[in-house]
Write a new protein. Structure first.
Length: 231
């Protein structure tokens, strides 16, 4: 997994994303003007033997693109890590940057797109170009992962083909995203266990501020997924 993470940080496959992440890191936001931005693709974060995977959309321009760690340094991460801490799945409730001491317990967080996109919206081509990274990550996690939580419809639609590429069987017709959606993807023939995919509204600032996703709603999905994973 460490080798894969290192390879991710050196990817330059999507010219638009490369330009955006580097320009954002150079210009910076005024509040972070004295900080050195990461400005590269952001790898997944968490143990290589995780039982639960959480996958979102893409790094935030002034969040993970600044700190170099998924969901770290923005309000989405504040909500996510606080919920994980309450459930005993994170060592601390806040994530501020690399070296803050945060550890995830049985959980790995990642994204289908590893570079910050303009307007927080990758193109379908960028999603598909980045998909092999998620596939490889899930293949490495196959021996231990039992639950995957997809944050938002984009995360759900990107997770299904990546899971199929990693060796699980995706039902036909494909399961539809919804908050609280749940579907089991069986493994290959002869495998005793499959993996359960859960849907959850994204922990975006908009969803949280409008009440579309409350902390209680997030905790409920994460707790159910953690229980299914044996955590």
């Amino acid at each position: 997994m460490e080798d894969l993470d290192e390879q991710v940080t050196r990817c330059g496959a999507c010219p638009r994303l490369v330009r955006w992440r580097e320009a954002t890191a150079a210009v910076k936001r005024a509040a972070f003007a004295d900080q050195a931005y990461w400005g590269r693709p952001v790898p997944g974060f968490g143990p290589s033997d995780a039982a639960l995977v959480i996958t979102g959309l893409a790094p935030a321009a002034h969040g993970a693109n600044r700190t170099g760690r998924m969901f770290t340094g923005d309000r989405s991460g504040d909500v996510l890590f606080a919920a994980l801490h309450e459930l005993g799945l994170a060592s601390r409730p806040a994530a501020t940057g690399l070296g803050d001491g945060l550890r995830l317990l049985g959980v790995r967080v990642t994204a289908p797109v590893h570079c910050a996109p303009p307007g927080n919206l990758p193109t379908p081509q960028e999603r598909d170009t980045c998909s092999p990274w998620l596939q490889q990550e899930l293949r490495l996690l196959r021996p231990t992962v039992r639950s995957i939580v997809a944050l938002g419809g984009f995360g759900w639609q990107a997770a299904l083909p990546a899971m199929q590429g990693a060796g699980w069987t995706v039902p036909r017709p494909r399961p539809v995203f919804g908050h609280g959606a749940r579907t089991v993807l069986p493994g290959a023939a002869g495998e005793a266990t499959g993996v359960t995919l859960f849907g959850c509204y994204h922990v975006s600032q908009r969803n949280v501020s409008t009440g579309r996703l409350t902390p209680a709603m997030l905790r409920e999905v994460l707790a159910t997924a953690a229980q299914a994973a044996g955590l």
